[in-house]
Design a protein around this ligand. Structure first.
Ligand SMILES: CC(C)(COP(=O)(O)OP(=O)(O)OC[C@H]1O[C@@H](n2cnc3c(N)ncnc32)[C@H](O)[C@@H]1OP(=O)(O)O)[C@@H](O)C(=O)NCCC(=O)NCCS
Length: 140
């Protein structure tokens, strides 16, 4: 797992588009992305936006050719370790496709109106994800 250099964001967008996920929001300050590479190919990606003691998980993506090999678990566990290091109280996410996957890692569904204002103000909540997406939270 490596911190993703902004020069690799185009490659990250390619992977995200392949999986029908929103591309990286380059205007969002405080976003961190990590990637897993196979040679020069980006095969896995995950992002975390930090708002004080709260986090927003974004862009968890594993290349279809590598899905089901534990890479998603590795990427998510990396984010949960980051949460511990950064002493985050909670991590929020939006998903339309992987609710049951996140439940395995201790995330639980939450009603949108219960999400703290700073997370709701993020571009992901505002515009990037459809309003029908499931909102989930993990508490440290
Ligand atoms: C969701 C995703 C990150 C999982 O990564 P992965 O590397 O394939 O998953 P792992 O190898 O860690 O785990 C595989 C297990 O998770 C299950 N799983 C995979 N995707 C799932 C999903 N969307 N919903 C529920 N379960 C899922 C598999 O069936 C498998 O189950 P098993 O252990 O009982 O056989 C990956 O499938 C992906 O990139 N999907 C498309 C993008 C996406 O939906 N991202 C999340 C949006 S925020």
């Amino acid at each position: 797992m490596q911190v993703l250099n902004p020069f690799a964001y185009d490659q990250a967008d390619k992977l995200l588009k392949k999986l029908d996920l929103p591309v990286i929001d380059r205007s969002q300050e405080g976003s961190r992305y990590w990637g897993e590479w196979q040679g020069s190919q980006l095969i896995g990606l995950v992002g975390l936006e930090v708002y004080g003691h709260l986090g927003l998980l974004r862009s968890l993506a594993v290349d279809p050719a590598r899905q089901g090999t534990g890479l998603g678990k590795q990427l998510l566990n990396h984010i949960l370790a980051q949460a511990k290091d950064l002493e985050l109280e909670a991590i929020y996410l939006l998903t339309t496709t992987a609710r049951d996957y996140f439940i395995r890692f201790g995330f639980a569904e939450i009603e949108r109106h219960l999400v703290p204002t700073e997370i709701r103000a993020s571009s992901e909540f505002h515009s990037v994800c459809p309003s029908s997406a499931t909102v989930m939270v993990w508490r440290g």
